[in-house]
Ligand binder design. Structure first.
Ligand SMILES: Nc1ncnc2c1ncn2[C@@H]1O[C@H](COP(=O)(O)OP(=O)(O)OP(=O)(O)O)[C@@H](O)[C@H]1O
Ligand SMILES: [Mg+2]
Length: 489
């Protein structure tokens, strides 16, 4: 038995009960808290699962994106790469994470650049982005695992933490290799097309030149035939006149001598004779007739020279390569142009200064070459008359054409034909050999003279035809041709 009093025992029991009640209360409270913790835990587990699902989704999205996506830290080491990057470089993302571009074995020139090959290197871009810039590089070549190159269009942006400090860079790059290749091919085919167009244009131009030359040479050959025909027709009667003039002169002298003998031996003539004497003014007649015959002889001589020149000029017998005297050709052209060199009125006479060297015979197509001299001489006369020259109002005070011939070397001769006309501007000078280029009024110039002459000299005779000219300083045409054609190669 206890030695406590009943009251004490009751008190003790009351206290125990109170303690048990408190403990029970605490237990209930703990149970409640446990319930709450369990709920929170379930909630957290749910959230964790959701977060895991979401991050898996994000990773999937990033990995499956067709663009290259990567994140590099401040030391340019990969923090993230998507599958597109890893596969394209023939690696796994695990092999790349934590390494920089050199460590994943990209060529150093691609990383650090190579000015000789015009490769910029993307480390330079990375540095700028880590320093805070956003970079958009439209042409970013990267080598791929099979040795070929990707061309990327890359955008890189800095990534900052909550304090605004840059800790990494995000790169998003689009593979534009196909587009770039298509563009390159397009450019190449455009260039090819342009080249082809140019070739076609040149062929067309060549055809036009050939056509115009054909027309022109056809015209010249008809003209040549006509000239040769006319010259031939005139040649016979003029020879006839010229030949008979000598006899006519001799006969006339005889007759005049006989007449003076009559006058001397029979001074007392009949009134009828005296009257007739006065009517015909016998004394004047006696003095004038020899002069008349003489001037007829000069005229006939001139006609003979012209006929000769026409024949030399047309040179129908020399349509093939032959050795000829070039000076004869120039002189025949000058003879034909005589009427323009010495105008009766309108223009001052043009002086022709000839400085001919002792040239050998030149192997050439004489008819064609004469045509060249003719074209250049006509142009010179036109220039001295101010035809087709812009702003030409003043007359040339002392119009001159100078012709010089020289041997340059044992194989070549040179012919200078110059005038002291108003010359031409550089713009005109550069175009004078173009077919159909003329500054002359419609009907006066076809613009073919020099283009055909150029062709005759350069293509037919393997020579050169150049022009030196400037405004106010006249013009000089320089013709260089080989002495021999057939063995010139
Ligand atoms: N001696 C020159 N002085 C100044 N300009 C000249 C001279 N020779 C040629 N030219 C310029 O060159 C252009 C072309 O000459 P080209 O002989 O080819 O044609 P064109 O004389 O105009 O016509 P055509 O077909 O009748 O000869 C002339 O229109 C003229 O402007
Ligand atoms: Mg001309």
């Amino acid at each position: 038995m206890s030695n406590q009093s009943p009251d004490e025992e009751i008190e003790f029991l009351r206290q125990r009960v109170a303690e048990l009640e408190k403990a029970l209360e605490q237990k209930n409270q703990l149970q409640q808290e446990l319930e709450e913790y369990k709920q929170i835990n379930t909630e957290l587990e749910k959230q964790l699962q959701k977060t895991e699902e979401q991050s898996y989704l994000y990773k999937m999205i990033i990995d499956k994106a067709i663009d290259w996506i990567f994140v590099k830290d401040k030391n340019y080491r990969y923090l993230l790469v998507n599958d597109t990057v890893a596969h394209s470089l023939g690696k796994t993302s695990e092999e790349m994470i934590g390494k920089d571009d050199v460590e994943i074995n990209l060529p150093t020139e691609i990383v650090f650049g190579n000015p000789d090959k015009k490769i910029r290197g993307f480390r330079q871009d990375d540095q700028l982005v880590i320093a805070g810039e956003t970079i958009h590089n439209h042409y970013d070549p990267i080598p791929c695992c099979d040795g070929s190159f990707y061309i990327l269009d890359t955008k890189k942006i800095p990534l900052s933490n909550s304090k605004g400090e840059i800790f990494a860079l995000l790169g998003v790059a689009r593979d534009i290799t196909d587009r770039h290749q298509a563009e390159t091919e397009l450019k190449a085919s455009e260039t090819k097309l342009r080249q082809r167009t140019l070739e076609l244009e040149q062929t067309l131009q060549q055809l036009r030149r050939t056509q115009s030359q054909l027309i022109h040479s056809e015209k010249m050959s008809s003209l040549g035939q006509l000239v040769a025909g006319v010259a031939h027709e005139i040649n016979n009667p003029i020879n006839f006149i010229y030949g008979n003039l000598i006899h006519a002169n001799k006969n006339l002298q005889d007759l005049l001598k006989l007449l003076s003998l009559y006058q001397k031996n029979y001074p007392d003539s009949t009134p009828e004779i005296l009257e007739q004497n006065q009517i015909i003014e016998l004394e004047f007649l006696q003095a004038d007739l020899p002069k008349l015959i003489c001037s007829m002889q000069v005229g006939a001589e001139r006609i003979r020279q012209i006929v000769d020149s026409l024949r030399t000029f047309s040179r129908l017998d020399q349509a093939s390569l032959k050795y000829v005297d070039i000076h004869e050709g120039i002189d025949s052209a000058l003879m034909i142009l005589e009427h323009r060199l010495h105008h009766e009125n309108n223009y001052l006479p043009i002086t022709v200064i000839k400085k001919y060297s002792n040239l050998p015979l030149i192997e050439c197509y004489a008819g064609h070459l004469n045509q060249v001299f003719m074209n250049i001489l006509v142009n010179a006369i036109d220039a001295l008359e101010g035809i087709g020259i812009q702003n030409s109002t003043s007359e040339i005070p002392n119009p001159q054409i100078s012709i010089t011939t020289k041997i340059v070397n044992p194989q070549e001769i040179i012919i200078h034909i110059g005038d002291n006309g108003l010359g031409m501007s550089e713009e005109v000078r550069q175009r004078i050999f173009d077919p159909f280029y003329t500054t002359k009024p419609v009907g006066k110039g076809t613009g073919l003279g020099l283009s055909i002459s150029h062709q005759i000299v350069t293509e037919q005779h393997r020579g050169s035809l150049n022009c030196i000219s400037s405004i106010g300083k006249g013009s000089k045409f320089v013709i260089k041709i080989p002495i021999h054609q057939q063995n010139a190669d």
